[in-house]
Design a protein around this ligand. Structure first.
Ligand SMILES: Nc1nc2c(c(=O)[nH]1)N[C@H]1C(S)=C(S)[C@@H](COP(=O)(O)O)O[C@H]1N2
Ligand SMILES: [Mo]
Length: 454
């Protein structure tokens, strides 16, 4: 069930795209009181939402959802019922289907969970996160593409044509998760600025390319090398050619891993233009911001790379837990490396109605930065009890793992299906929200679906 979107006034009308409307997540993060008023049609004291749900809210929530919330007494306060929290907004991007556009300059679009049901994410369903302006497609000629390897810790700086790279070095194909560090940001409160990702800044296609290690070693890595940095062909939003939209990288040890690739194909075809054709970096399990698109130059550095979005608060977390809303000094922020354990429910689609007497097949994906997912559990009673799902082995290191199970409903009513993954080091997803941080990174809380058992 979707809340009538007309209740949400467009937040701005500067966009040349079709009228944009604020989603419920955005509304809750920007102004929870107003969101409550819109959702429940009355004023709510934000300090006593639990009381509100108990005394008044349950009846109106049940009315809004259309049936009884069977485990209502177990539902944590302050949660937006998942039935009301869907806000997808299809928009046409060449080669893409069904993505929700969060921003059009730079272009940022995420994938609704039910479109990530394939074991291998098809090109049309892979999210887009641009920090600047993507190069015009006519500038992305694979036959003319060159890659320069340089930097103070490179012995023999060399420029290769893409054709040379493909001929000289052994090809490898690996399925690897690509996930934006900001995925899930929309749930943090106080809200973090930046794209209000819900769950769709992730995908797991099959990438073909060459090992970055092979290329770097060919050019000579000096003993003092500690980091690599990338430069892409995209432009800074200001249009200033001296500025880079983003120029990040990884420590040299990560760069030299077998799975760290310079890729020129995705799912056996050209990489989609918005995803970095004709050449991009792929680092398994790390924040996707390290995976440079349209890559033209890689530098081997004798220090931590200091390109655009490497400093300050960009892609960094406080190295100790902080209270929500804390101003954290820059020197206490550390670079994000591996991504945390996480899962998605990709079938069924949130909001469906299912016969209460029938079992419901449920499935999804689970992944973790380094290591493997050891188990996935599912709950239909707001996390009070959990049942184990069956889980597949990953296609290779850094691929996500499909899981499946069946759930039975005790009676008719409104349910939420929650999924929780645990990795092979015993680390699980938090049920509601992990540690607040200034930029709203690394939210790996459980994914929630709304189901009507009728
Ligand atoms: N050249 C370049 N590379 C880039 C970016 C960018 O804006 N420009 N965005 C980064 C970020 S923040 C993410 S999350 C991923 C997104 O990859 P995708 O757009 O293929 O999904 O690319 C990374 N590589
Ligand atoms: Mo990102």
């Amino acid at each position: 069930m979707l809340l009538p979107t007309r209740s949400f006034a467009p937040m701005s009308n500067q966009s040349p795209l079709p009228e944009k409307q604020a989603g419920l997540h955005q509304l809750y993060s920007e102004d929870p009181q107003r969101a409550d008023e819109i959702v429940w049609g009355r004023k709510v004291n934000p300090l006593s939402r639990r009381g509100f749900f108990e005394r008044l809210g349950l009846a109106s929530m049940t009315a809004a959802i259309g049936s009884e919330i069977v485990f209502a007494d177990k539902m944590p306060s302050g949660l937006i019922p998942a039935a009301l929290a869907q806000s997808t907004e299809p928009f046409l991007i060449p080669g893409k289907e069904g993505l929700s556009v969060m921003n059009d300059r730079p272009l940022v679009a995420e994938t609704p969970a039910h479109l990530l049901d394939d074991a291998i994410t098809p090109a049309k369903h892979l999210f887009i996160r641009n920090n600047g302006l993507a190069p015009a497609p006519e500038l992305l000629d694979a036959d003319k593409w060159t890659l320069e390897i340089a930097g103070e810790s490179c012995e023999k700086p060399t420029t290769f044509t893409l054709k040379e790279l493909k001929e000289k070095f052994t090809h490898h194909t690996l399925q690897m998760v690509l996930e934006c560090a900001g995925n899930g940001r929309s749930e943090f409160n106080p809200p973090a600025t930046g794209n209000q990702w819900t769950t769709g800044g992730v995908g797991c296609p099959k990438w073909t390319g060459i090992r970055l290690a092979d290329v770097l070693k060919h050019c000579g890595i000096k003993k003092d090398a500690v980091y690599i940095g990338y430069y892409g062909a995209d432009a800074h939003l200001s249009g200033d050619p001296k500025k880079n939209a983003i120029s990040r990288g990884v420590p040299i040890a990560k760069a030299l891993e077998d799975e760290s690739l310079l890729v020129f194909a995705m799912n056996g075809e050209d990489i989609p233009v918005q995803n970095g054709h004709p050449l991009r970096l792929m680092f398994g399990g790390w924040a996707a911001s390290t995976c440079g698109k349209w890559v033209k130059k890689i530098v081997i550095r004798d220090r931590e790379h200091d390109g655009e979005k490497m400093k300050g608060h960009s892609y960094r977390m406080p190295h100790y837990p902080v209270a929500p809303g804390t101003k954290v000094p820059e020197e206490d922020m550390v670079i994000i490396a591996e991504m945390p354990v996480k899962s998605l429910i990709t079938f069924p689609k949130s909001g469906i109605t299912h016969p209460a007497a029938d079992k419901l097949a449920v499935r999804g994906q689970a992944w973790v930065g380094e290591g493997a997912v050891a188990s996935v559990e599912v709950s239909i009673d707001f996390g009070i009890t959990w049942q184990k799902a069956q889980i597949e082995k990953p296609a290779n290191r850094y691929a996500w793992q499909q899981w499946r199970t069946e759930v039975s409903f005790p009676k008719k009513g409104y349910y939420e299906i929650w999924a929780r993954a645990t990795d092979d080091q015993g680390r699980s997803q938090p049920m509601v929200l992990p540690g607040w941080n200034p930029e709203g990174y690394l939210n790996n809380s459980c994914h929630r679906l709304a189901i009507q058992a009728a």
